[in-house]
Design a protein around this ligand. Structure first.
Ligand SMILES: Cc1cc2nc3c(=O)[nH]c(=O)nc-3n(C[C@H](O)[C@H](O)[C@H](O)COP(=O)(O)OP(=O)(O)OC[C@H]3O[C@@H](n4cnc5c(N)ncnc54)[C@H](O)[C@@H]3O)c2cc1C
Length: 419
């Protein structure tokens, strides 16, 4: 048994590393645990957008009519592995029931709270570390085939506007003026202001992690299998593949792999992996002025350090590491059509697991059963953006500081249906 009086943070993605840093800044002794290198799972391969306006969940009014057409068309950005369907049906029942206007409005309010200051939150957590150099302030361009396609998203744009997000409409001529690389690529576009980006998410989290170690934090490379409790419902330790570890407090930030461990801690909210894909073109001859979301293909093209990363899509395919070839084909064919002039030295492919809940909201909460364990996972498409703020909120509730905000909508006790 390894003895420690520390707070143990299990899972070192952007959420876990941020939580560990905020706890450390408040004076706590913290040990991070991960079975892998910090920042090497989902937080590594995302599109890198600090998505302040991504407050609209995937299920919105009308989605039920669109889904069948999307599933049976390889050019559409939604994929489903048939072997997963029986396991996913209870999830889909709640997930799709949250697509009504009332639920979407409540979800958007909650997402707005954790996203509106993402850029500032990243600058704050990275301040004085080498991670700072990976943060940029950017626009996000959303490119549409034509104005009609833009108008079909009007519901989402209106809701974003209601939350105070600033946009400019760019016709073809103005888009070409904005970025010569985008000339004749889209019939219509929206320039979203007040966004940011991380130009190398893996390296960025690596630097945040180094700063945590330099300030006295500890790291254990272990796979956490279970928890140890005393007779009074207090957590007293973790069971890992390298032995048992004692602790005073623990935080579960294991992203898409959280369901099993969170269930032991009393969480009710359903969680699945919403897989996403990226293709990277290394040493490209194109450098975009700002990241671009290709609206009909639902992936983002982002000029990151030394490469063009094209990342996004949705595949409900479970937690296995086996990838599907169709999402890669969709990205690569779209890029060939849109940027036939693209030249590069080599291409790499990646698949990752977004942690997605039925109400598209993360869990930021104390365990419903054990008073000295907290949970922070389920950040679906926005975890890179919301990671630092989640870490700060968790550190505040763990150390009993005032958060001045009602976090009940993020409770682990909810059943994932907004009503
Ligand atoms: C293609 C794609 C594009 C995306 N684009 C964006 C974007 O532009 N902007 C944005 O904000 N978000 C984006 N996201 C979402 C974002 O990447 C995730 O929400 C976020 O990375 C989740 O972070 P996390 O720390 O919760 O999980 P992770 O980064 O997955 O970290 C979880 C960690 O827990 C560890 N772990 C799991 N189980 C155990 C265990 N039992 N014992 C020990 N360790 C364990 C894992 O090894 C891992 O390191 C995207 C996601 C994808 C897939």
């Amino acid at each position: 048994m390894t003895d420690t009086s520390d707070i143990l943070v299990v899972g070192a993605g952007i959420v876990g590393v941020s939580t560990a840093i905020w706890l450390q800044r408040s004076g706590a002794a913290v040990t991070l645990i991960d079975r892998d290198e910090p920042g090497s799972a989902t937080s590594y391969g995302n599109a890198g957008i600090l998505a302040t306006a991504s407050i609209i969940p995937v299920p919105t009014p009308g989605i039920l009519l669109k889904v069948p057409g999307m599933l049976f068309n390889n050019k559409k950005p939604l994929f489903l592995r048939l072997s997963q369907v029986p396991r996913l049906l209870p999830f889909f029942y709640k997930y799709l029931r949250n697509s009504n206007k009332y639920s979407v409005s409540k979800i958007s309010n909650a997402l707005s709270y954790i996203l509106h200051d993402s850029v500032e939150q990243h600058f704050e957590i990275a301040k004085g570390t080498k991670a700072e150099k990976y943060i940029t302030t950017d626009d996000l361009i959303v490119g549409y085939a034509d104005k009609k396609a833009y108008e079909s998203d009007k519901y989402s744009w209106d809701l974003k506007e209601k939350h105070g997000h600033k946009f400019s409409i760019l016709d073809q001529r103005h888009l070409a003026k904005y970025d010569k690389n985008l000339e004749n690529k889209f019939g219509f576009a929206v320039q979203c202001m007040n966004h940011g980006s991380i130009i190398d998410p893996g390296a960025y989290i690596g630097e945040l992690f180094k700063s945590f170690l330099n300030n006295g934090g500890k790291f254990l490379k272990s796979d956490v299998k279970d928890f140890l409790f005393d007779g009074s419902n207090n957590l007293i330790g973790l069971v890992t593949n390298s032995g048992d570890i004692t602790c005073n407090k623990a935080v579960l930030t294991t992203g898409a792999w959280s369901a099993g461990l969170a269930k032991i801690l009393g969480a009710r909210i359903p969680l699945v992996s919403e897989r996403g894909y990226h293709v990277e073109y290394h040493s490209p001859n194109i450098k975009l002025k700002a990241p671009v979301m290709i609206s009909d293909s639902k992936f983002i093209i982002h000029s990151m350090q030394g490469r063009l990363r094209c990342a996004g899509l949705v595949e409900f395919g479970g937690l296995s590491d086996v990838t599907s070839y169709k999402p890669f084909e969709l990205i690569e064919n779209k890029i060939k059509t849109l940027f036939p002039e693209l030249k590069y030295k080599r291409k790499t492919r990646w698949m990752g697991h977004r942690p997605s809940t039925t109400d598209s909201l993360p869990v930021i909460s104390v365990s419903p059963k054990y008073k000295n364990v907290w949970l922070g996972y389920g950040h679906q498409h926005i975890g890179l953006s919301a990671g630092p703020k989640t870490g700060k909120l968790l550190s505040e509730i763990i150390l009993s500081k005032n958060t001045n905000h009602d976090l009940s909508i993020f409770s682990a006790n909810r059943d994932g249906l907004i009503d």
